[in-house]
Design a protein around this ligand. Structure first.
Ligand SMILES: NC(=O)C1=CN([C@@H]2O[C@H](COP(=O)(O)OP(=O)(O)OC[C@H]3O[C@@H](n4cnc5c(N)ncnc54)[C@H](O)[C@@H]3O)[C@@H](O)[C@H]2O)C=CC1
Ligand SMILES: O=CCc1c[nH]c2ccccc12
Length: 300
């Protein structure tokens, strides 16, 4: 069972390890994989309206045998259809998820909302109504946050972003801004250096640290686990996914791995900063169409 959680600026707790359904499971029936994740002890489920599989998350929650109060369920607002409200979209998500509330409701992509301040105000009302325990954002840049923060009655609790050592240097101003405003960065794509961009300068650094940690604790440690310790040590929840039970156990085991030394952290960040690999391009409106490079959401 994953036990480690971080405290958000609204005093709610967010489990550090989340199971996501927006990449390998994007638009797929995900019930089996979500039930497997829950049964292995993952309590934080990361979904979104655009992933097309909220109903299968709902089926998994219903069939898991785990009480709703033990789970942390996230979904994300995509666009707001004409004639509908943000609330209408969340009510539809709750129907698909078969829950009375979500633990976290995020604005998925700021570039979809010319009226970003108004959308944030609607999320504030949804938190007050109790339809979402916490509210936050995703893929927000500093300039997007500067639109909603002035006059916000409720701060975003999280900003879910692509965060790993290969975007560390580019992300530093945003991470510092989030810290200043007590907004927790949550990481997606955190394993990019070992999956999408294996063969980069980090490989030998992660292998060396994994070897040291493995020898210290008498149990092997993987490079992927080193990346997740790097995130955990910063207080950054990791959103990951897998269909393999052994990977779930690998991710869960990270809670038992000691922190990296300050020298190891420095070496990961300096080596990661030698290159820049951002995988998840921003979706942006183009000729009034939403252009999204979906290829980057599934692994090569
Ligand atoms: N808010 C947003 O715009 C976005 C949110 N997300 C969320 O984050 C979740 C996780 O995103 P990912 O990029 O999939 O997470 P990730 O970077 O943790 O990668 C997970 C993938 O890496 C594979 N993997 C794990 N260890 C490996 C190894 N040693 N070698 C090779 N492959 C390995 C797993 O099988 C899995 O397919 C998504 O499902 C979604 O819920 C993802 C992208 C954008
Ligand atoms: O959130 C996961 C990846 C993602 C971000 N924007 C889109 C749009 C359509 C499918 C997946 C995604």
């Amino acid at each position: 069972m994953s036990r480690l959680s971080f405290t958000l600026n609204d005093s709610n707790k967010i489990p550090w390890l989340a199971f996501g359904t927006g990449t390998a499971l994007y638009t797929k029936e995900a019930k089996k994989e979500v039930i497997q994740a829950i049964s292995h002890g993952i309590t934080h489920l990361d979904g979104a309206q655009v992933y097309g599989n909220e109903a299968s998350i709902g089926d998994a929650i219903a069939e898991s045998g785990v009480p709703r109060s033990s789970l942390f369920v996230t979904t994300k607002l995509w666009d707001v259809p004409a004639g509908k409200t943000v609330r209408d979209t969340l009510v539809e998500s709750l129907r698909k998820l078969k829950v009375d509330y979500v633990d976290l409701f995020l604005i998925h992509n700021p570039q979809l909302h010319p009226d970003l301040k108004s959308v944030w105000k609607q999320l504030e009302e949804l938190k007050k109504e109790g339809l979402s325990k916490s509210i936050g954002v995703s893929n927000f840049r500093i300039k997007d946050l500067e639109v909603i923060l002035p006059g916000a009655e409720i701060l975003p609790s999280v900003n879910q972003i692509e965060y790993h050592p290969y975007v560390f240097k580019a992300s530093k101003p945003l991470i510092d801004f989030l810290k200043k405003h007590t907004i927790v960065p949550t990481s997606y794509g955190g394993l990019t250096p070992v999956n999408r961009f294996k063969g980069g300068p980090l490989d030998p650094v992660l292998e060396k640290i994994a070897k040291r940690l493995g020898e210290t604790r008498g149990k092997p440690v993987t490079s992927g686990q080193v990346l997740q310790v790097w995130l955990r040590q910063q207080g950054v929840p990791a959103i990951t996914t897998t269909s393999k039970a052994e990977r779930l156990l690998e991710y869960l085991d990270v809670e038992t791995i000691p922190d990296l030394t300050s020298e190891e952290v420095k070496e990961i960040e300096e080596t990661g900063s030698e290159v820049h690999h951002r995988v998840f391009v921003r979706t942006s409106r183009s000729d009034s169409r939403l252009v999204t490079n979906l290829n980057c959401y599934v692994h090569r």
